[in-house]
Design a protein. Structure first.
Length: 213
């Protein structure tokens, strides 16, 4: 474990000494919970319609596909007219696009960012690398199947998928959300132990709490 994460005694400005345990003091370890549907089908339908029209993507690029997201922010493809926009922090985002190959080192950051996002939240796997490893299928330091580590609501296939494919993916994701079928976050909470076991199998320096939002 990194030195700055070790339990230690520090002295405050007033000279009083106290114990600091970063993993316990700086994070919340509460486990994710399943978000129940609204009390009535009509209300839940309305919520889902509103959610589908309010997509906030986390500005986090993980592979070649991240390059394809950039044109969507320009006038040529203009994703904003679909109610889709990017945010710089997980706490303001509800869609994580894993935009290609994912090294184990990055997977650790991705898990942490995903867990910091608010519910309801969605994940899109972009490109072949997220489905079966793609051209990195025999790489020693990338993962092969994203859905072993995070719940994936939708895949966009190709290597690399063009911006048009991403727009088609947004339209499909909206349909899934409206139909109440984009339940990845609940799936993550329900199968939390299974996801954690898979994550810990590849990430050896697990110096973070199990759920760190
Ligand atoms: S699917 Fe192709 S374009 Fe996308 S990250 Fe993998 S190699 Fe790169």
């Amino acid at each position: 474990m990194k030195e700055e994460l070790q339990k230690r005694i520090v002295k405050g400005p007033d000279g009083v000494e106290f114990e600091v345990e970063p993993l316990r003091d700086y994070y919340c370890e509460a486990q994710p919970t399943v978000m129940p549907a609204a009390y009535s089908k009509i209300v839940e339908g309305f919520f889902n319609w509103a959610r589908s029209e309010s997509i906030w993507i986390l500005g986090f690029g993980t592979g070649c596909g991240a390059i394809e997201m950039r044109p969507l922010m320009t006038p040529r493809f203009d994703a904003y007219r679909y109610g889709v926009q990017w945010r710089p922090t997980p706490r303001q985002s509800n869609l994580f696009i894993i935009s290609g190959y994912l090294s184990v080192k990055t997977l650790k950051r991705v898990i942490r960012s995903y867990e910091q996002m608010q519910n309801p939240k969605y994940v899109i796997g972009l490109g072949s690398c997220t489905i079966n490893g793609g051209m990195y299928w025999d790489s020693y330091n990338t993962i092969k199947r994203l859905d072993h580590y995070l719940p994936v609501d939708l895949y966009i296939t190709g290597c690399m998928p063009r911006p048009e494919a991403l727009i088609a993916g947004f339209v499909d994701l909206k349909k899934l959300i409206r139909a109440g079928r984009a339940e990845g976050a609940n799936q993550y909470a329900e199968n939390f132990d299974w996801y954690k076991a898979n994550q810990k199998q590849v990430i050896y320096d697990w110096d973070m709490p199990d759920y760190n939002w």
